[in-house]
Design a protein around this ligand. Structure first.
Ligand code: SF4
Length: 459
């Protein structure tokens, strides 16, 4: 999510102000820190980085220092109190005002030196002012809703990004059509609770997420659709039906669950029981045979017992997750869960996380190996750097596949037969890649377990 916002800032400044990106703070005119409060010590890290920049500003007083993101939202004016040399403080909902805020800092060429703070939640305005969607080759990310109204007890998002607000239907479809004309073939719809999308049609009536998916699938040129991040509460019958109907919907869904225990789900205020999640997965697998699932897990939430953890492992066995984003719980300041007593030893939490990750990594390897001999539809992305003269494409289940082919295939879908696989374990052990000779590999080649960046939920 923050990476997405960072790229938006880059686009905004590059497009409208002609800034050139540098990774070297010493040569920058504007230094922007996009912060995230995922970890308890995030605030401290922000101020320690700002301290380094302060030294730089002492030698070059014209340098503009800005702080954005979740910590900016949470701290607001407090950042200026502690670091008065900061010029701009803006939240995730006001990053589109960045060019204007930079403009306002200077008057007639002379810096006004009045620091600007804007951490408000201006609702839909953000969507109106953002530049073009982020396009990576023939894939693109399109933001369709922002914020979250779920208030899980461990999460800062509702406080830092505001309540859920959806983009109008026509705006989303116009943007998808435009990027499709530019050559985009795979689109990922983004939102904190993407399946909680309720955008308005131009006549004021409301469009739900499944209806939006059907409309996106109808846009000429769009051959594959992904979305992230979804919530189990809004994974309704209509959305499951869309998976059965639409061949463009990738057979891969990221559906965060966080825990397999009803007791912990209640303490997290996830507002559903685990039976709902299991039922959703069962119906989804029936609707789209072969669909793969990934999820987010928080291990060691306050009060997690051995039985609660076992319930999570039972769920892992039941679903057979392909991969996960899993973390040990850490307090986010200002959230209700931060007040809960937590007496589970850190070593035990690490042990549980290791058990879960090992089990899911086994699934990943097993599923990768099961692709051997299969024919996979890939979106051909670029020349393979690993195998000179070959191409690389991404399969529906997010594995990267290398294969010999003509560069004219880039940006198109191709069916390739998998003739060799490389597991994650082999990669981490540094084992040599097993490949067949090019002569033998008529159309397919090595599958590498890769994945597109998911906008995952655990915060
Ligand atoms: S974890 Fe997800 S659903 Fe829960 S409050 Fe955070 S963003 Fe919302």
């Amino acid at each position: 999510m923050n990476e997405y916002d960072s790229s938006r800032m880059r686009d905004l400044l590059g497009d409208s102000h002609g800034f050139v990106r540098t990774d070297n703070p010493d040569e920058a005119d504007v230094l922007l820190l996009n912060t995230c409060s995922i970890r308890e010590k995030a605030q401290e890290k922000v101020f320690s980085e700002l301290g380094r920049w302060h030294k730089l500003k002492k030698s070059r007083p014209d340098v503009v220092i800005g702080v954005g993101g979740c910590v900016a939202s949470q701290e607001g004016e407090g950042i200026l109190k502690r670091a008065p040399y900061v010029d701009l403080v803006f939240g995730p909902q006001t990053l589109h005002r960045l060019p204007q805020m930079l403009n306002d800092l200077s008057g007639d060429g002379e810096r006004k030196r009045i620091s600007q703070v804007d951490v408000s939640f201006p609702e839909i305005e953000k969507f109106d002012f953002l530049p073009e969607p982020r396009i990576e080759g023939h894939k693109a990310f399109v933001s369709i809703m922002e914020g979250c109204s779920k208030y899980c007890t461990f999460c800062v998002v509702p406080y830092t990004r505001g309540e859920e607000v959806s983009r109008p239907f026509d705006d989303v479809i116009a943007e998808v059509a435009q990027i499709a004309r530019q050559g985009v073939r795979e689109v990922t719809l983004l939102g904190q609770n993407v399946n909680g999308y309720y955008g308005s049609f131009h006549d004021g009536s409301i469009c739900n997420f499944a209806a939006l998916l059907r409309a996106v699938a109808a846009v000429p040129g769009i051959g594959r659709i992904r979305y992230t991040t979804s919530h189990p509460l809004e994974f309704n019958d209509d959305l499951i039906a869309a998976h059965a109907e639409l061949p463009q919907l990738a057979a891969h869904v990221h559906l965060p669950v966080q825990s397999g225990s009803d007791r912990i789900l209640a303490a997290m205020k996830r507002n559903h029981e685990i039976s709902v999640y299991r039922d959703t997965i069962t119906r989804l697998k029936a609707a789209k045979p072969g669909i793969e699932l990934s999820s987010d897990f928080i291990i060691g939430f306050p009060g997690e017992s051995e039985q609660d953890f076992q319930d999570t492992m039972d769920l892992v066995d039941f679903v057979g997750f392909d991969h996960s984003y899993s973390f040990i719980y850490s307090k986010r300041p200002g959230t209700p869960a931060a007040e809960l007593p937590d007496d589970t030893p850190e070593a035990l939490k690490k042990q549980r996380l290791n058990i879960l990750q090992t089990q899911i990594a086994r699934n990943t390897g097993r599923k990768t190996e099961a692709m051997l001999g299969s024919v996979q539809r890939v979106l051909v992305d670029r020349p393979s750097t690993r195998f000179p003269g070959w191409l690389i494409g991404i399969a529906e289940n997010t594995r990267w596949i290398h294969f010999p082919g003509d560069a004219a295939l880039i940006g198109r879908f191709a069916d390739v037969q998998v003739t060799g696989v490389e597991s994650i374990n082999a990669l981490s052990a540094g084992a040599p890649l097993w490949v067949e000779s090019e002569a033998e590999a008529q159309i397919g080649m090595a599958v590498l377990p890769g994945r597109i960046p998911l906008w995952h939920e655990a915060r």
